[in-house]
Design a protein around this ligand. Structure first.
Ligand code: AP5
Ligand code: MG
Length: 210
């Protein structure tokens, strides 16, 4: 299945994608994670996008589209993928239509106050990118990743000002994709408000797998 995870920052797209990979047996492709790896590696792409991402704005469409177009040519994505965080603008969605045919779009529905709570408590592994939360999804040992032992840190864009900016950007540039895909008959809503286990159940229902 070729699918898109759509939803505001902090909806839990990345967290669910880790579980969905096992259910659907397809790769999880997160543009945000690709950008963060590039930033960590101080590659030309990373140097170009660091300030933009830290402030909560979007990377330009041309750079992002090119990145995804190339990633989708890799063997593991031939029969399916989960695109997490792409497309994020109408031009990105229109471009994607020209190089891949998406089967389903899952729209993760959650109010702003819950998003702020999730993002302000998020901790991310510097080494493998795994997501934790200081209240909802604690690491066994504080500050250390359960799966690889890496150091946990707070993303620069999870600071208050950047969270506010990301929500504005989401509303202005990304939320119009809900109607774009609904009109194409591809959209399924998933209630992202409950705890992770229940969101997994809601996701399976949306897949008709329950
Ligand atoms: P990206 O990395 O995609 O960030 P985002 O969309 O803002 O989404 P997040 O990763 O913040 O949230 P999430 O929904 O994955 O939530 P998570 O599972 O972590 O993008 C970062 C930046 O890169 C963008 O701002 C932009 O600059 C750039 N970029 C990326 N793609 C781009 C594009 N296409 N075009 C242009 N620019 C692009 O969960 C959040 C927290 O909540 C965690 O702590 C988690 O443990 C917790 N949690 C998750 N689920 C639950 C639950 N059910 N109950 C309780 N807690 C939960
Ligand atoms: Mg994410």
């Amino acid at each position: 299945m070729k699918s898109i995870f759509l939803g505001p920052p902090g909806a839990g797209k990345g967290t669910l994608a880790v579980k969905a990979v096992e259910i659907l047996n397809v790769p999880h492709i997160s543009t945000g994670a690709i950008f963060r790896s590039a930033i960590a590696a101080k590659s030309p792409l990373g140097l170009k996008v660091k300030a933009i991402i830290d402030s909560g704005k979007l990377v330009d469409d041309e750079t992002t589209i090119e990145l995804v177009k190339e990633r989708l040519t890799e063997d593991d994505a031939k029969n399916g993928y989960i695109l997490d965080g792409f497309p994020r603008t109408i031009p990105q969605a229109e471009a994607l239509d020209t190089f891949s045919k998406v089967d389903k779009v899952f729209n993760f529905d959650i109010p702003d106050d819950a998003v702020v709570e999730r993002l302000s408590g998020r901790r991310v592994c510097r080494n493998c990118g795994a997501n934790y939360h200081v209240t909802f999804n604690k690491a066994k040992q504080e500050g250390i990743c359960d799966s690889c032992g890496g150091e946990l840190y707070t993303r620069e864009d999870d600071k208050e000002e950047a969270i506010k900016k990301r929500l504005v950007v989401y509303r202005e540039q990304t939320a119009p994709l809900i109607d774009y895909y609904r009109q194409k008959g591809l959209l399924t809503d998933v209630d992202a408000r409950p705890d992770v286990d229940e969101v997994v159940i809601n996701f399976k229902k949306a897949l008709n797998l329950d």
